[in-house]
Design a protein around this ligand. Structure first.
Ligand SMILES: [Zn+2]
Length: 65
């Protein structure tokens, strides 16, 4: 399991995909951060990020499987 670069929490596939989709598509898995750290970084709520994951999945984004 790949850990969050910031807090070392194990990352889910969705968290890795969201980081790549929102921050940097070419990021390596071990450069990614978890949804909580991403929410802090972007100054949004975690709920808003979960909504984005849903949105990207529904839109058929290939990063989310
Ligand atoms: Zn984290």
């Amino acid at each position: 399991m790949t850990p969050c670069k910031n807090c070392r929490k194990p990352l889910s596939r969705d968290e890795i995909a969201l980081y790549k989709r929102l921050i940097y598509r070419g990021a390596e898995d071990d450069e990614c951060i978890c949804i909580k750290c991403l929410a802090d970084k972007l100054n949004v709520s975690e709920a808003a990020l979960f909504d984005k994951i849903d949105h990207f999945k529904k839109a058929g984004c290939t990063l989310f499987e």
